[in-house]
Design a protein around this ligand. Structure first.
Ligand code: SAH
Ligand code: SF4
Length: 350
């Protein structure tokens, strides 16, 4: 019998499982508290009877992640992790320090099947979805490693969260549960490449999270040339879904726009972008594109980036250039994991 992923279970599911094992309801609450606080060893759960601990060890497992590489920035306190999962797969996570506290950027899949041409995460396709417990474990592992509490989470690491919809929703419910890490949903951002079916489904949950849309282009011609997903759902469909989402949640939407030299950084692009975003309460996050070994994309120079931002602001769009954290350990979006997989580099190995 396959062992059950106990850290991904809601309290009600634990109550049902333990009830079936002849246990009182309060045991489930005790167990849930341990699991959601990040305890990964049944034997440390001292208020759970030994016989029950043994039974749980037989029937279930507690998901965790193991640090295999840690890159610490010398410029700020950013730490990039490569974690190993129980099946030997690798994922990435980043811990960032801001004035308001610590933010963790988590992965939601091993690899990604969306195939955006500028991104290293999608190069080898999708290996598998992460469970909710593996998403939670990325937070608690960073907390444990640094002796800190994480206050914000961005689902912006490897993978497309809306292509792993059920586990992402389960994660959101568990991480915000008052009996668990109790993180406010307002402190969580979910980034999508534009999976419209997922945005429509997510709207029904009315979570007060921040929805981030990786737009990266003002028209279908450019967007389809760098993002395959645009051939399935074009910009009109995507922006319509954003407006519908906003009508329900009343939350400001964040648009990510990676500036790529000569591809999407012209004045015409800025003007077209401003025109298309009219009527949406939003913020545009401009990100200088990160060079990836496998493609020839470059970021525009600093002046061009600031000029693009100014054009947007002049047209009434709320836009900022994202502050780059950990610039000296620049290896974002799947590049670090790829290097570890390929056996390259040996810096900061744990
Ligand atoms: N799959 C989701 C979330 C993970 S990607 C999404 O696409 O939104 C997180 C962000 O990094 C996205 O905005 C993505 O477009 C961006 N990104 C990926 N590769 C990049 C690169 N080489 N340079 C700049 N941004 C990149
Ligand atoms: Fe996947 Fe996001 Fe990378 Fe596109 S940008 S390949 S959706 S992880």
């Amino acid at each position: 019998m396959e062992k059950q992923d106990i850290r991904s279970m809601y309290l009600t599911e634990l109550e049902e499982m333990l009830g079936g094992m002849g246990q009182p309801k309060f045991r489930a609450a005790q167990l849930y508290r341990w699991l959601q606080s990040g305890e990964t060893d049944f034997d440390n759960m001292t208020n759970i009877p030994q016989t029950l601990r043994n039974e749980l060890k037989e029937k279930t497992y507690i998901a965790d992640v193991k640090i295999v590489r840690r890159l610490c920035s010398r410029l700020d306190e950013t730490v990039k992790y490569v974690y190993e999962l129980y099946d030997g797969e690798y994922i990435e996570s980043v811990l960032m320090k801001y004035e308001h506290g610590y933010t963790v950027c988590i992965s939601t899949q091993v690899g990604c099947r969306m195939g955006c041409s500028f991104c290293a995460s999608g190069i080898a396709g999708l290996t598998r979805n992460l469970t909710a417990s593996e998403m939670l474990a990325q937070i608690t592992a960073a907390e444990r490693d640094n002796g800190i509490r994480v206050s914000n989470v961005v689902m912006m690491g490897m993978g497309e969260p809306l292509d792993n919809f059920d586990n992402s929703v389960r994660f959101l419910r568990l991480v915000s549960d008052s009996g668990g890490l109790n993180m406010g949903l307002r402190h969580i951002s979910l980034s999508t490449s534009g999976v419209v079916s997922g945005i429509k489904k997510l709207k029904e949950y009315n979570f007060p999270i921040t929805l981030s849309i990786s737009l990266h282009a003002p028209n279908d011609e450019i967007r389809s040339s760098i993002m395959r997903v645009n051939k399935r759902w074009n910009i009109d469909e995507l922006l319509r879904a954003c407006k519908e989402y906003q009508a329900v949640t009343t939350r400001r939407i964040s648009f990510e726009y990676a500036l790529i030299d000569g591809v999407n950084d012209s004045d015409k692009c800025a003007e077209e972008l401003a025109r298309r975003l009219k009527g949406i309460m939003c913020h545009v996050n401009l990100i200088p594109a990160n060079p990836v070994k496998e493609n020839s994309f470059k970021k525009p120079n600093k002046n061009k980036i600031l000029h693009f931002k100014d054009l947007l602001v002049k047209k009434g769009v709320n836009a900022t250039v994202r502050r780059t954290l950990g610039a000296d350990i620049d290896a974002s979006c799947g590049q670090l994991r790829k290097r570890v997989k390929e056996g390259e580099g040996s810096e900061n190995i744990q």
